[in-house]
Ligand binder design. Sequence first.
Ligand SMILES: Nc1nc2c(ncn2[C@@H]2O[C@H](COP(=O)(O)OP(=O)(O)OP(=O)(O)O)[C@@H](O)[C@H]2O)c(=O)[nH]1
Ligand SMILES: [Mg+2]
Length: 642
Amino acid sequence: MAAGPVAMQEPVCLINNEEGGGLSVQQEALEILQQIQQPVVVVTIVGPYRSGKSYLMNRLAGKETGFALGNTVESKTKGIWMWCVPHPSKEGHTLVLLDTEGLGDVNKGDSKHDTKIFALAILLSSTLVFNSRGTIDNKAIEELQYVTELTNYIKVTSSDEGDDTQFVRFFPNFVWAVRDFSLELNIEGQEVTEDEYLEYALQLKPGRSRNVVEYNLPRECIRNYFPSRRCFTFPVPTHPDNMSRLESLNPDELSREFLRVAEYFCKFVFMQSEVKLLKDGYEVNGKVLGHLAKMYADTISSGGMPCLENAVVTISELENKAAVEDGTRVYQTGMEQLKQSFPVELMVVSAEHQRLYTMAIQTFMNRCFKDDEGKYLNSLEKDIDQRFDQYLHHNEKASKKKCQDLLTSLSAKMTDQLQKGFYAKPGGYELFSKDIESILEEYNNQTTELVKAEEVMEEFVRSKHVEAESIRHADMKLSEQEKQICEERERAFLLQQKMEAEEEERRKLEVKMEADRESYEERMKQIEKKGEEERKLKEKEFEKVLESKMREQKEMLEKGFDMKAEMLKQEIEKDRRKYEENQAVQAKQHEQMMENFRSERQQQEQRHQQAMARMQQQHQQAIAGMQRSHQSRRSRSGCTIS
Ligand SMILES: Nc1nc2c(ncn2[C@@H]2O[C@H](COP(=O)(O)OP(=O)(O)OP(=O)(O)O)[C@@H](O)[C@H]2O)c(=O)[nH]1
Ligand SMILES: [Mg+2]
């Protein structure tokens, strides 16, 4: 499972207000987010200043204190503060709580700043809590006027400035927390739920007068942008005398009803808040949230408009690069461990390569997204392939050294005897041959399955050939014919050894070919799986939007807003067309990527076949050459050895 959240004892500032109106992301917060590999659920609270936001966030964090509260009329929280805690009910997830600066503080005198904070809150969260006091009346909704300005602060694609029809795809779920609520939930004599109360407050008025348009605008924005809306009404938490020391009160000093609603609210937020998603449904982890915060804050601060699609592209590049590094690390760490025990059998290297390759590709796939052309996967493939070759080479080197050392030690006595001329006597050739034989027998026993064993043995036998020849030549015990028989035997043995060494090379190539074939199959399997997952994510995102828009359209139709319903109908049709076009493009791109991998594989296979054919040809030429020289010597000497 991904690394857990950083144990944060208290919140830190994520986005700071700079002098001159800028907003800057704080390094300390980014470093914390960097370490969070888990998917994040981001809950942000916004709302008028001095409305109890920080207090409610502390309850979500399960603590009495944390986000600083102010007891004067002056606004307390500045910028955006962050607290990352382990998610209380979703194992393996981190809950990121963002507390924001209060909106509407007249002393600030800069309503644009408020809209920027509001836009950032929306861009970063998966659940947005709007916190206000009293009731949801027109004044409260006017306090949410920032929603009407979001088209100036957020765009979905680089070309659609001012188009808000796609906001619903990316916007968080919306929760309205009404504090110090003292009314009865009763509308026109009917008891209603809190959610019905909210929906009632968001109803549109018929007509086209300026007043009606102004009245409807924020309501329409809320209805159209936020796919899900919920409401919680909190009573006053305690006696007014206690209010200034709310943080230090015991539970029995708090109103029971307040505690009940607070608990219900927290439970809802924990259970229903989803993981923050990027466009096309990719899950955001702490690291990506950090990138997003930096990108969005920098853009907004410099007067630009964050573009969600561009952000996804930038982040996918960063993440895909990191995914390649993750994959490489998994492979390399494992292979380095095996390297400790080099030399090992070729099959052991190959099996470990295969196991780690699969793990590396899986690791890559878990993190990568929008690698539509397979560019990053390809680079991981190439990197692993190169490393595999290097490890094979290291193993061969170690193996060769082991074989050489073994032969040196096994032949030490013989070398000594050679130097002392021990074999320079009648019958010396037989003694020499026997010694060589027993050295080779022992060598074979100890090097079964070691790579390069045959090659090293061939080198050894070849190196002793000159000495064998002079001992044979000088051996008075041998007749001329016997000498010739011995020479033929030596040559046959050398030929045999050369063939063994070549066979060893061929086996190596075969193992590599098999490894490449398995890797290819694994890769294709994983690409198919990833493609299917990505398709499903997009489908889910589209269905969510569709459901939200259809619900709205139905309501508009029922309430007699025919024109709005018709507009929504057209919007839905346009969305569907776009979605289908997009899916078709995606499918084509996916097929193209598969095709590229298939053709690369064919080329690789061809290269292997050619190498194999070359080897076989060289092998046959070597045999033919040996046979020719064998025959010519036979005809010259009249030797009868067959
Ligand atoms: N009446 C009332 N007061 C509350 C409630 N919750 C907190 N307070 C008090 O209101 C004051 C402000 O609370 P904060 O949580 O700091 O409010 P805030 O919205 O974060 O304020 P800013 O950061 O300045 O925007 C503190 O004295 C709290 O004790 C509540 O539900 N009702
Ligand atoms: Mg506050």
